[in-house]
Design a binder for this molecule. Structure first.
Ligand SMILES: [Zn+2]
Ligand SMILES: [Zn+2]
Length: 316
C-alpha cells in the first residue's frame, strides 16, 4: 500500500519533473498503462470543448493554424530529422532553439522523443517495437504506447550523442515547462488583444482553447498517424524489413513524413520525398534554413539507393 502511494505521488510529480521517482519505477518489459499519464492527455482533448464557451474569432483560428504549422515543422524537421537521425548539422545555440520549438508540441523532451524513435527504427514491426500496429494493434500504436509505464523514461543509451548537453537534459526533465509557458503567453496575448482591440472579438481563454488545446490535439492526431496509419495504408516502394508505407495524404498532413517507406529505406536523408512530385514541406523549410546559414551539411539519399531493394511491380 505504502509503495503504491509512493508510486502514485511519483507519477503525479512526473507531470512536472520527468526524473521524479525513477527509483520507484522498476517496471520494464510490460505494457502496463499509466493512468496518471492519461489525465493531462485527456484534459487537453476535453479542453477543446471550451470552444462552446469562448466561441471563435478569425485571429484565434489563425493562431491555431500557425501554431500547428510551426510545431509540425519543429517535430518533423528537428525532433525527427535532426535529433533522431542527424540529417543535418547546426550550431549548439540553434540546436537549443530547435529543441524548445519541438518541446512546444507537447510530445515530451527531445531526448525522450529521439531515443524512442531510434528504438522504433532498430526494432520496426518486431515484438520489441513500442508502437507497431502490426504487433500491438492500431489503437496502441496510435495513442497507447506513450501512456505505458515502460515507455515513460528516455532510452538514454540510444541518444548518448545529445544527452551530453545539459540544456537538452533540462528540457527533457522539465518537459511541461515549454508547453505551460506557451499556454500562459497565449492567455496573456489574448487578454491584451481583447482589451486593446475589441473588434477582434478574442480573449485569453479563447486563444488558449484554439492556440493550445485545439491546435495541439490536431497536431497530436496528425503526428500519431505516422506510427499507426503509415505502417498500414499506402504503397511500398522499397522492400524494407518492416511494414512502412508511402502515403501522399499523410505526407501533406505531416509535412513530408508520410513518405514513410522511403524514410525506412534510408532514414538518414533530410529529404523524405525522393521525387519532385513527392511533396515534402519540411525539406523545403530545411532548405530555407540552409540558405539563411542556420543549418548545413544536409544529408542526401545516396543515388545508388534510389533504385535498390525495390518491391517488384506486378506484370500487367
Ligand atoms: Zn516507422
Ligand atoms: Zn525516423
Amino acid at each position: 500500500m505504502e509503495l503504491k502511494k509512493r508510486s502514485l505521488a511519483a507519477s503525479i510529480a512526473r507531470w512536472f519533473d520527468a526524473y521524479a521517482g525513477h527509483a520507484d519505477e522498476g517496471v520494464t518489459g510490460t505494457r502496463r498503462f499509466d493512468w496518471t499519464r492519461l489525465l493531462p492527455f485527456a484534459a487537453l482533448h476535453l479542453g477543446c470543448l471550451g470552444v462552446i464557451w469562448t466561441g471563435a474569432s478569425e485571429v484565434a483560428v489563425l493562431v491555431a493554424v500557425a501554431l500547428y504549422a510551426v510545431r509540425m515543422f519543429a517535430i518533423t524537421g528537428f525532433y525527427h530529422r535532426y535529433f533522431s537521425h542527424c540529417a543535418f548539422r547546426t550550431s549548439r545555440a540553434a540546436q537549443f532553439v530547435f529543441a524548445v520549438m519541438g518541446a512546444a508540441a507537447v510530445q515530451r523532451g527531445p531526448l525522450w522523443w529521439a531515443s524512442h524513435h531510434r528504438h522504433h527504427h532498430a526494432s520496426s514491426d518486431t515484438p520489441a517495437d513500442a508502437h507497431s500496429s502490426l504487433q500491438h494493434g492500431f489503437l496502441w500504436s496510435h495513442m497507447g504506447w506513450f501512456l505505458a509505464r515502460e515507455n515513460f523514461a528516455p532510452r538514454n543509451a540510444l541518444v548518448a550523442d545529445f544527452a551530453r548537453y545539459p540544456e537538452l537534459r533540462f528540457l527533457d526533465r522539465y518537459d511541461a515547462l515549454v508547453p505551460l509557458s506557451l499556454a500562459a503567453v497565449l492567455y496573456g496575448v489574448g487578454e491584451w488583444l481583447g482589451a486593446a482591440a475589441p473588434a477582434l472579438a478574442t480573449s485569453g481563454a479563447q486563444l488558449v482553447v484554439w492556440g493550445f488545446c485545439i491546435s495541439t490535439v490536431v497536431l497530436y492526431q496528425a503526428t500519431f498517424t505516422i506510427n499507426s496509419l503509415a505502417h498500414c495504408f499506402g504503397r511500398r516502394r522499397y522492400a524494407t524489413s518492416d511494414d512502412s508505407r508511402n502515403n501522399p495524404w499523410l505526407a501533406l498532413l505531416t509535412f513530408g513524413e508520410g513518405w514513410h517507406n522511403n524514410h525506412h529505406h534510408f532514414p538518414g536523408a533530410a529529404r523524405q520525398g525522393f521525387y519532385w512530385w513527392e511533396i515534402d514541406l519540411t525539406f523545403y523549410g530545411l532548405k530555407l534554413l540552409e540558405v539563411f546559414g542556420v543549418i548545413h551539411d544536409l544529408r542526401v539519399l545516396p543515388p545508388r539507393l534510389l533504385d535498390a531493394r525495390r518491391v517488384p511491380t506486378p506484370a500487367p
